[in-house]
Design a protein around this ligand. Structure first.
Ligand SMILES: [Fe+2]
Length: 351
């Protein structure tokens, strides 16, 4: 048995078998290399290997993007491939990487092409070993087309914002001309709402939406009779129910306005309360969008602190006590805290 096994083993390690096995390994390696070469040479992105700030390898696409041939690229310094004002940016990145600091894997590179034009590209790099030494592999993508599309989109958004702004201003003037008591209320509430949003760390885009909705939030009052709006005494139940309709009619007026922000929803929800006791739909907690929760607090504070036909101005102190007392019940906790911090610690003033 032992002998049989030894013979079998001997048979498998004969010289012919060894040659066969070597050939098989060579074949496998060749197939594998061909596979990699096909992938690299047909990649839709530029691929290059950089060592000691010199290009050691570049694929066809890298050559196409830069306008050089592959042969011309090999041996070039990476600093010859960016405009002079971009050299320091690249040097800084190289230095940070050498210090072992974290740098973003994908970054924007302005590529200086052979014909002197500059292309906007996005590059991602990875540290690798090349010919047994550390090197960087860079994948370069031409993003000129994407940049152009982004700029066009941004321009459309800006135009849309301008158009919405003009519409909003017209509506605000219309409302304030028939309801002088709320003149200024909307813009002061909008300012406070933006300050609260900034205090909470919301992004600029959201804050812009809050401002726009803030200056228009009572627009539905255009459909409330002037006699009710200007009544110098406390409103009857009927009068109050007419006033309450303004949130819904504001939504109806704005729901078809094309805008980058949820203006109609903010206006619709600015009298909703966290415990569901608000109006017009008795929404609760998360059902109320954050922008509306912020505007709700700003609206209450401004309204309580300002003059109304049926009562003299309440002090800001009383307004803040109302927010403090009902935070987590009527008002969102985070919003209320940000508002209280603004007045109590950061000397915010209604303006
Ligand atoms: Fe309102």
């Amino acid at each position: 048995m032992k002998n049989k096994s030894a013979q079998k083993h001997k048979k498998n390690t004969g010289p012919l078998d060894h040659v066969n096995r070597c050939n098989q390994v060579d074949d496998a390696r060749r197939v594998s290399e061909e596979k990699y070469a096909t992938v690299v040479e047909n990649a839709p992105d530029g691929i290059s290997i950089i060592q000691d700030e010199i290009i050691k390898f570049a694929n066809k696409r890298q050559a196409e993007i830069s306008g050089y041939t592959v042969e011309e690229l090999i041996g070039k310094s990476i600093y010859d491939l960016v405009p002079p004002d971009f050299v320091s940016v690249i040097k800084e990145r190289v230095a940070l990487r050498e210090q072992g600091k974290d740098i973003p894997e994908i970054f924007h590179v302005r590529l200086l092409c052979k014909d002197g034009t500059i292309k906007e590209t996005e590059s991602s790099t990875k540290l690798i070993q090349y010919e047994s030494r550390p090197a960087s592999m860079a994948i370069t993508r031409n993003i000129a087309e994407r940049k152009r599309e982004e700029e066009k989109l941004q321009q459309t958004i800006n135009d849309l914002k301008k158009a919405v702004n003009t519409t909003v201003q017209v509506l605000v003037s219309a409302l304030e001309s028939r309801d002088p008591y709320t003149a200024g209320h909307q813009s002061r509430s909008a300012n406070l709402a933006c300050a609260i949003a900034a205090e909470m760390g919301l992004d600029q885009e959201k804050i812009e939406g809050i401002r726009m909705a803030g200056v228009i939030h009572d627009i539905g009052k255009l459909s409330v009779p002037v006699e009710v709006l200007a009544k110098p005494t406390k409103l009857s139940e009927l009068g109050f129910s007419l006033v309450k309709e303004h949130a819904r009619s504001g939504y109806e007026m704005l729901k078809n306005v094309e805008s980058p922000w949820p203006l109609a929803q903010i206006v619709h929800q600015h009298h909703e309360r966290m415990d569901g006791s608000g109006y017009p739909r008795n929404l609760k907690g998360d059902e109320i969008i954050m922008e509306a929760r912020i505007l709700a607090v700003a609206d209450v504070v401004e309204a309580m602190a300002s003059h109304r036909p049926y009562r003299s101005a309440w002090s800001i102190k009383i307004a803040l006590e109302e927010i403090d007392k009902n935070k987590g019940i009527l008002y969102d906790n985070t919003v209320a805290d940000a508002c209280l911090r603004l007045f109590r610690e950061k000397s915010y003033q209604l303006a």
